[in-house]
Design a protein around this ligand. Structure first.
Ligand SMILES: C[S@@+](CC[C@H](N)C(=O)[O-])C[C@H]1O[C@@H](n2cnc3c(N)ncnc32)[C@H](O)[C@@H]1O
Length: 434
């Protein structure tokens, strides 16, 4: 039988070496192996913890690696060090034994000996002091396990205090929130049934059909399986909430897969509207349709379409939930911090502008274009919308209520520390009357 640590290590290999997405890979592994609650917890903590702390762990490990070691051995050492430094309850000898077993199984006795020697040394010496790193960007990079280019951007845009707050929040586990499908169940009944199933449930203050659910994975709940709730981060729920959807509206969600926001819109409209959901990837249309069917929603049609190519017809609302760097969702997808580059951000900005440019023609006079991203990169957020507006005087901002302050704002940059949720950007522009 494969041990939990082996499973965790295999998942880390899949993510860090083969480029799998951590959240998808972890769901797949958890569905394949029926682990008990404690093992599920350990598995999740090891994978997410090691991914989130990779640069910090490597900083601590470096002085003890004096010969060339294979990539997988280094990754195994990171996972072991994560347990040693950040998890209280695991005895050091158990951490070393498990690592040596995995190393022997995969690389033979010699590799087992190397892993043993390195781990014994690290665990008997004091850890290096991060605070001694003189350069501020490098120090923050190691302290929060973020590449220096991200630290630099955040320092420029948010200042030191907020950068540290964002970075620290990104290291915390994500909170489990669900959206109640009010076309199938009332919020009160959903709360009662989840509690009956053994979950601790709290209703959100800002979005009353958002529930914070603690306990085991909510995917196993009956309510989830019956399509009465969907898993969605609170920040992401603000998008459909801010769209001011009205009965009879024609809506286009042009970057729609896997369909979280479009299903939320359909729940708000409850059949009293007409929504088109498109995505560039044909294989993702099935995911949207699966969600529509599971949630039993009507009035949505999903189809493949490249949002940079012309659409037919005019819409009251168009949502561009743009492909973006995803730097706001590092709690759910921690590896993005290592794979994203400034060059990719530049390319994404071009695509974001191209999509806005294209769909703008399909907004009715008086209709609204909503632009959102799950990033906190200003280049992809404020810069994109101001660039677009400069070239399109026929559009103007419509203000939204900032749920944090109640003030009317043009753009909403949610940071993870605001709601213990993802970083998200939302703005709305209106096509002026002529
Ligand atoms: C941020 S995700 C959308 C998430 C979705 N709105 C939700 O709430 O579940 C961005 C989506 O844009 C899609 N995409 C990327 N380029 C696109 C394009 N040119 N046209 C349409 N969709 C595109 C991606 O396949 C991805 O599914």
């Amino acid at each position: 039988m494969t041990s939990v640590r082996e499973l965790s290590f295999q998942t880390l290999e899949a993510v860090l070496k083969d480029g799998a997405y951590s959240n998808l890979k972890m769901n797949e592994v958890l569905q394949e192996h029926s682990l008990n609650a404690a093992d599920r917890g350990l598995y999740t903590a090891l994978v997410y913890g090691t991914l989130k702390r990779k640069l910090t762990l490597d900083f601590y490990l470096k002085p003890y690696v004096k010969t060339k070691i294979k990539g997988w051995v280094r990754r195994l050492l990171w996972m072991s060090l994560y347990q040693y430094i950040y998890m209280d309850k695991i005895p050091t000898h158990a951490i070393i034994n498990e690592a040596v077993n995995i190393a022997k199984k995969r690389g033979g006795k010699q590799t087992g000996n190397t892993v043993n020697a390195i781990l014994r040394q690290v665990t008997t010496q004091p850890l290096r002091d991060i605070e001694r790193i003189k350069n501020k960007e490098e120090r923050l990079s190691i302290r929060y396990s973020l590449p220096t280019w991200i630290v630099r951007h955040w320092l420029t845009h948010f200042g030191e205090e907020t950068t540290e707050a964002i970075a620290a929040q990104m290291l915390l586990p994500a909170v489990q929130t669900v959206r109640v499908n009010r076309t199938k169940i009332t919020v009160d009944d959903a709360i009662a049934q989840l509690k009956q199933e053994g979950y601790r449930v709290e209703q959100d203050h800002d979005i009353t059909h958002c529930l914070i659910v603690e306990g085991h994975g909510v995917m196993q709940s009956q309510l989830f399986q019956q399509g009465k709730i969907s898993i969605q981060d609170k920040s992401s729920m603000f998008v459909a909430e801010m769209m001011d959807l009205q009965p009879g509206h024609r809506v286009l969600d042009c970057c729609s897969a896997p369909g979280g926001k479009v299903c939320h819109m359909a729940e708000i409209l409850a059949g009293a509207g007409d929504i088109i959901a498109t995505d560039i990837h044909d294989h993702k249309i099935g995911l949207i349709q699966h969600n529509i069917d599971k949630l039993g929603l009507s009035g949505i049609h999903a189809r493949q379409h490249d949002a940079t190519a012309p659409y037919e017809g005019q819409f009251d609302r168009i949502l561009v939930d743009a492909p973006c760097s995803g730097l706001g969702v590092l709690r759910h997808k921690p590896e993005i911090r290592y794979t994203m580059t400034p060059e990719t951000v530049d390319k994404l900005v071009q695509i974001q502008l191209q999509i806005l440019e294209n769909v703008a023609q399909n907004v009715k006079i008086g209709g609204e274009l909503i632009y959102s991203t799950c990033t906190i990169e200003q280049m992809e957020n404020e810069n994109v919308i101001y660039t677009f507006l400069k070239a399109h005087p026929e559009f103007e901002f419509t203000t939204m209520r900032d749920p944090r302050t109640d003030a009317q704002v043009k753009t909403l940059q949610l940071l993870p520390q605001d709601y213990n949720a993802d970083g998200f950007f939302i703005t709305k522009i209106r096509r002026k009357d002529q």
